[in-house]
Design a protein around this ligand. Sequence first.
Ligand code: API
Length: 327
Amino acid sequence: SKKIKLGIVGYGNLGKGAIEAIKQTPDMELVAVFTRRDPKNLNINEPNVKTLQIQEASDYKNEIDVMILCGGSATDLPEQTPYFASMFNTVDSYDTHAKIPEFYESVNEAATKNNTTAIISVGWDPGLFSINRVLADAILPNGENYTFWGKGLSQGHSDAVRRVEGVKNGVQYTIPSESAVDKVRSGENPELTTADKHSRVCYIVAEEGADKAKIEKEIKTMPNYFADYDTEVHFITEEELKRDHSKAPHGGFVIRGGNTGAGNKQIYEFSLKLDSNPEFTASVLVAYARAAYRLNQEKQYGAKSVFDVAPGHISPRTREELRRDYL
Ligand code: API
């Protein structure tokens, strides 16, 4: 049968990860990568993949089944997802948790109008962690959910600091509080504030002559991303950034402590340990691209989240195979 044809929008860490992830699938193929930059400057060594300008995407409506949107949440995706969902089935990794309701509404409008299927906020958090929060809560109603991230490099927060005026480059590490994790694992369901659970550490390369005090203040007071946390900002050189901060490990845990029956303690835990956060996130996006294609074939139009997608829909295996080998 014919392979599912994919496009990628954005050639950053996530877009590069998506190229690799698609190669590992038996049933999907990459048609083109769309970029805001000059396509000639993308060094993609894939003879059968076109590199094109973002504005050319509308010419490929009949050649691409699903568009994988690899832009950032801060400013790219709020514009790009509704735009592309008006022409293509899409998957994206929009991860500004506080703004997901309004993001959903604007994508749903575009997708519903045009009979496309747009799966939003796909990745590991939001994404796989979200599914586990829902499972744990449904199974153990008498309990409490906790999410811990790190220690690791958050793509979303790093993208956010790089958008601050005067910042040339930078990364952000999310650091979980070990004592908070230990308390949660013991099942005592402690009350923890946002700041009790994590702290954030940024390494910033400032542009020449930039006002470092102003940069630091802008980062520390940034809503959604930093304002509710204890945040450290360190200024370093470009060489130090390359030398010490080029890897992008991440991971974390969803934990729920609950009680059943005669007060029996039940601990639910899901965890990830990732060498490369963007490569893993891209792998989740690519698996859900398969689901976006299938849902669209079933005429399930509009914006969807991971909660609306059955696990069988993201798998390349048949339902018979899944029942035989994975039940
Ligand atoms: C953090 C997490 C990261 C989630 C993973 C992904 C990312 O604070 O480190 O941006 O890397 N919210 N959404």
